[in-house]
Design a binder for this molecule. Structure first.
Ligand code: ATP
Ligand code: MG
Length: 443
């Protein structure tokens, strides 16, 4: 009797059953799983636990892409996982997970979690304050963001367990939030940026129901803690897909800080150049510095501020330095840019006028600066944007590639042409003065 009473008072918990895809019904094979992850899963299984590859890796394999990493989800708690491995460390204070070290690899193992749904679990905007409670596998699936990210692959049976229709969505190349999109974006507005980034990266279309609320909810971005916003902005910018990502993000106004910076065509153009260069470098396997990119996004604002000061009679260098301070103060936090980037960005910016000084030892001194390469790349970009003469860019490219003799020659030639120009100028002035004097005499 009591149990039927309890059953009536407590909301019925719907136990979801997964749709199980057997090996013959999909393309993922155990051989595609990283051996270290495989060994961790075997160990958990043999100790009587469930363990699956989960999230991005399963999604990527179904899309025939190479996964970045292989995360594992299990019903074992961190305290149960740790003693099973020689080198395993429980990390995270708020939410504990286990890092299992296998050779040089680190495999992240997390316990199935659920989302708390009571009122205290969210702030006044509906943002989740904690996702810290262990749960069942089906609850773990439901707390994930997109259906394609909530698939579990068991390499021992080669089965995919799907609680949310993720396999069908992958087949339809559809990125769809699990549950009510508005609630899920409110719980964690970063999901809006993830939608744009994952759709771009994986060439998926955001499902209409998940796409529709984006513009309307863009204002929620203001409530994301800066460190998370920065982390996700970095991912958008450093994925090799920045140009496309930023176009989409701007379409939905998801980064108001960026909208505030790209005020005119010049700023748009410079940002587009910077994003394209970043993508090009990443796509050929070169490294990029996020500070450099942030420096580029902020630069048009610096020139704008500097020009105002110059127009008011300021001198070039002090005007530049003051403009830099103003921009850091007013705009850097809008991009959630960490303060530690400021030193590098300032170095790059302050170096810019020094590229114009090419006599004597000056080019060598600039060349010897630790940030020379970044500052030079930055100058080339300004060249492409029409801010610096092509001749200056060409000269510095030659200077860098030249040997000592070549460098001397470049400085010498430049001094000569400058001298020539000066003396030509002087001669012209003299002639003009003479003519004027003659004219005055003859009249
Ligand atoms: P990537 O290839 O960029 O790493 P990913 O999907 O693996 O993409 P991660 O940030 O590594 O992204 O997250 C791993 C998994 O955790 C995701 O696949 C998803 O299931 C879940 N997840 C990540 N972020 C969120 C979020 N904001 N809300 C809900 N679930 C999330
Ligand atoms: Mg991942």
């Amino acid at each position: 009797m009591i149990s039927s009473l309890i059953a009536r008072i407590l909301p019925k918990k719907r136990i979801r059953q997964p749709r199980i895809y057997h090996a013959a019904q999909h393309t993922i094979r155990a051989g595609q799983i990283d051996p270290a992850a495989l060994s961790v899963i075997r160990r958990l299984h043999s100790s009587g636990f469930q363990a699956f590859v989960v999230g991005g890796a399963v999604r990527d394999l179904l899309l025939e892409r190479r996964p970045k990493d292989f995360d594992i989800a299990t019903n074992a708690t961190p305290e149960q996982i740790k003693p099973l491995f020689r080198r395993a460390f429980i990390i995270g204070r708020r939410f504990k997970l286990v890092h299992v070290h296998v050779g040089r690899d680190v495999i992240e193992v997390s316990t199935f979690r659920t989302v708390q749904t009571d009122e205290n679990a969210t702030d006044e905007h509906g943002r989740l304050l904690s996702d810290n409670v262990y749960g069942t596998q089906s609850e773990d699936a439901m707390r994930r963001d997109f259906t394609v990210n909530a698939l579990y692959f068991d390499p021992l049976s080669e089965e995919i367990w799907d609680y949310v229709g993720g396999v069908n969505d992958i087949r339809a190349r559809r990125l769809k939030l699990i549950g009510s999109p508005v609630t899920r974006y409110r719980e964690d507005p970063v999901r809006m940026l993830r939608a744009v980034r994952l759709a771009g990266k994986l060439d998926l279309t955001i499902a209409p129901s998940s796409e529709k609320p984006l513009r309307k909810l863009a204002g929620l971005m203001a409530h994301i803690p800066p460190t998370r916003l920065f982390e996700e902005t970095q991912k958008l910018l450093l994925s090799g897909n920045a140009e496309k990502n930023i176009t989409e993000v701007r379409h939905y106004h998801l980064l108001p800080g960026l909208d505030a910076l790209l005020l005119d065509e010049n700023a748009e153009h410079f940002a587009a150049l910077a994003l394209k260069h970043t993508d090009d470098r990443i796509n050929i396997g070169k490294t990029v510095s996020p500070a450099y990119l942030f420096g580029a996004l902020l630069w048009p604002m610096v020139t704008r501020e500097r020009d105002v000061l110059l127009a008011a009679g300021g001198k070039p260098l002090p005007a530049l330095l003051e403009a830099i301070d103003t921009v850091f103060e007013r705009y850097a936090h809008k991009l959630a840019m960490p303060r530690r980037f400021q030193t590098m960005i300032r170095d790059i910016w302050v170096s810019q006028p020094r590229f114009e000084q090419r006599s004597g030892q000056r080019p060598y001194r600039l060349f010897g600066q630790p940030k020379f390469r970044a500052a030079y790349d930055f100058m080339l970009m300004r060249g492409e944007n029409g801010e610096v003469p092509e001749e200056l860019c060409r000269w510095w490219t030659l200077f860098q590639d030249a040997d000592e003799e070549g460098r001397q020659l470049l400085i010498h030639q430049l001094a000569k042409t400058t001298d020539d120009k000066r003396s030509r100028h002087r001669r012209r002035r003299k002639t003009a003065a003479k003519l004027a004097a003659n004219g005055a005499e003859s009249s």
